[in-house]
Design a protein around this ligand. Structure first.
Ligand code: ADP
Ligand code: MG
Length: 580
């Protein structure tokens, strides 16, 4: 039978026909959709996929751990509005990447995690394959969408669906499962080429309803103490000019969430960053633009927000379900931020009453007071350095280098840097985001350097750095202009804790005393510097940023300077019962 079938084939045999396979189709599908970079870790079954992608002109950035590759892909998505691609091996590699995928989804960053997987037949019968795992089922609840492709002819559609799911509507993480067998599946090249899909308009504009725009403007216009809060959705939208115009035309004070800092400069006269507590508590109308009323904004209620009866919220968001998630939204405006803000601007049309002068004056006075109070602490050139004096030095550097990208994580290192370091341009501050997750540092630094070509300053707590520190080798391997400053206070929160039992083990929150993180980068040919004063820190960072050489600066911080859990100590339950 089989032989008869072969004999009835037309003259061109399979060997003569031009063929393609799963590997090529995945690469062709990505290229067709403008994907220029893949972040990942090679291994079974995707080693050849990475090699072939590189051969085909895609930039392939290899990491030491999938979580960092995933974080690089996620931040690439945030910076470019195109899905960042992370490529991993099966089961454990997939799981490592999954943390970054879940984090991307939580932060509304578009990203696609592509993982190789073991044989379906074996996995589904649980017969014990190499790295056996039902990856699709595991990924599903942790991302926006998850797809598996079983036939080479479906790769084009699979990639198209993944791209659309990642960037349309509220952006997020997508999982794409590629079983090993799929990659080597062979099909006719011409049919394969025809099966690919170039996604047209992957993130279509979503226009707000005119009535919703009018309602929002009416509420804002009647405010006595208005406030606009800009979130990272506003930064993501790349509607920088419209957002600036809206703020300047209305004259309303604005408060940037941490990754929205720089959308307008923190030094802008309307910026209320330094009067945060006052504007949250005393405002009567709050317009949220791409910011959620989650824990970072105390859910829009409680002490932080003052009298709930004198507070009205307007919210601009692409996700309708976000409305009323924590408190009532009196004027929901659903649509993409570019379209919504443009529609608001059209509605304003020249004439707009300036906000009451007493409100503007109150905000200004409060802001000036707080800035003046902080100033001497930032200029102190003492030894050992504390967080304020070290950050004062970095603040001056960022002011002189406004187009550098600041990556920031840690506890005290994060909370204090967010307030102290002013940002001047959009999408220059990348940090722990919605989850407050540690471990984004080196992944974000690499992703940002690759995507933007700009110098990166990564300001890292010593504990935070530990989660991704091995990628310092990646920074050196690709010779990236990344200057990492490790705020070394000998431990988590502070380095002075002792073992309460008096044994020889250190307390769980402390690290090796006076460790030298700078030595790590020297192992890979980078520049390591140890500094103990703000002046030394300034010199070392400036030199690193001028040279563009991979640099790691170990900045010794007073181990007694930090506070437990930084600014969010209230979230850290502490036992009041101490057994004798
Ligand atoms: P932050 O932490 O800075 O307050 P969040 O991540 O909580 O910011 O909120 C971002 C919001 O922005 C999300 O609700 C998301 O749906 C929304 N968003 C993201 N991109 C867009 C866009 N292009 N247009 C409108 N809303 C967007
Ligand atoms: Mg520390």
């Amino acid at each position: 039978m089989a032989e008869a079938a072969v004999k009835t084939q037309p003259e061109t045999t399979a060997a003569e026909r031009e063929l393609t396979d799963g590997f090529h189709l995945v690469i062709d599908a990505l290229k067709l959709n403008g994907i220029q970079t893949i972040y990942g870790v090679p291994g079974i079954p995707i080693t050849d996929l990475g090699r072939m992608a590189q051969a085909a002109g895609i930039r392939v950035i290899s990491f030491r751990h999938e979580q960092n590759a995933g974080n690089a892909a996620a931040i690439a998505g945030f910076l470019t509005k195109k899905p960042g691609i992370c490529l991993t091996v099966s089961a454990p590699g997939f799981l490592n990447g999954l943390t970054a995928l879940a984090n991307a989804t939580t932060n509304c960053f578009p990203m696609i995690l592509i993982s190789g997987s073991s044989e379906r037949e074996v996995v589904d019968l649980q017969q014990g394959d190499y790295e056996e795992m039902d990856q699709l089922a595991i990924a599903k609840p942790l991302c926006k969408a998850a797809f598996r492709v079983l036939h080479a002819a479906d790769i084009g559609i699979g990639v198209a669906r993944a791209i659309r799911a990642a960037v349309s509507g509220r952006p997020g993480g997508v999982y794409l499962d590629l079983p090993a067998k799929l990659l080597s599946q062979v099909m006719d090249a011409e049919a394969g080429a025809k099966s690919l899909v170039k996604v047209i308009d992957p993130a279509p504009a979503q226009l707000p309803a005119p009535a919703a725009v009018k309602r929002a403007l009416d509420v804002l216009k009647n405010a006595r103490r208005p406030l606009i809060i800009l979130g990272k959705g506003a930064a993501y939208a790349q509607a920088d000019d419209q957002i600036r115009a809206l703020i300047e035309k209305t004259g309303v004070p604005f408060l940037p969430m941490s990754m929205a800092k720089g959308l307008l400069p923190d030094t802008h006269p309307q910026c209320a960053g330094a009067a945060r507590s006052t504007v949250l508590k005393d405002s009567d109308v709050v317009m949220l633009i791409g910011a959620r009323l989650n824990w970072l904004l105390s859910h829009g209620k409680g002490k932080t927000w003052g009298d709930p009866h004198s507070k009205k919220f307007i919210q601009i968001d692409i996700e309708p379900k976000e409305m009323d998630s924590n408190v009532a939204i009196v004027a929901p405006v659903v649509g993409d931020i570019g379209s919504c803000v443009s529609a608001l601007l059209d509605g304003i049309d020249g004439k707009w009453p300036a906000p009451p002068a007493d409100w503007v004056g109150t905000v200004k006075t409060k802001k000036e007071e707080n800035i003046a109070k902080m100033a001497p602490r930032l200029m102190n050139n003492s030894v050992p350095m504390d967080f304020h004096s070290a950050l004062g030095a970095l603040r001056a550097i960022v002011k002189e280098r406004p187009d550098a990208i600041l990556v920031n994580e840690g506890a005290n290192t994060l909370d204090l840097a967010r307030g102290i370091i002013d940002m001047y341009q959009p999408r220059k501050r990348l940090d722990v985001g919605t989850w407050g997750v540690m471990g984004i540092g080196m992944g974000f630094a690499v992703g940002a350097a690759i995507e933007t070509g700009k110098p990166v300053l990564a300001v890292e707590g010593d504990s935070a750095f530990g989660f991704s520190g091995m990628e310092i080798e990646t920074v050196c391997r690709y010779n990236l202009p990344v200057c990492t400053v490790v705020f070394n206070n000998n431990g988590i929160y502070r380095g002075t804790n002792v073992n309460p039992a008096g044994g020889s083990d250190p307390a769980p929150t402390v690290f090796v005393k006076d460790g030298r993180y700078d030595k790590m980068i020297e192992a890979f040919g980078g520049v390591g510097v140890n500094v103990t004063t703000p002046d030394e820190l300034s010199r070392a960072v400036n030199k690193a940023m001028d040279s563009g050489k991979p640099t790691l600066i170990n900045a010794m911080i007073d181990p007694a300077a930090g506070t437990e859990s930084g600014r969010i100590g209230n979230l850290n339950p502490q036992s009041v019962v101490r057994k004798k």
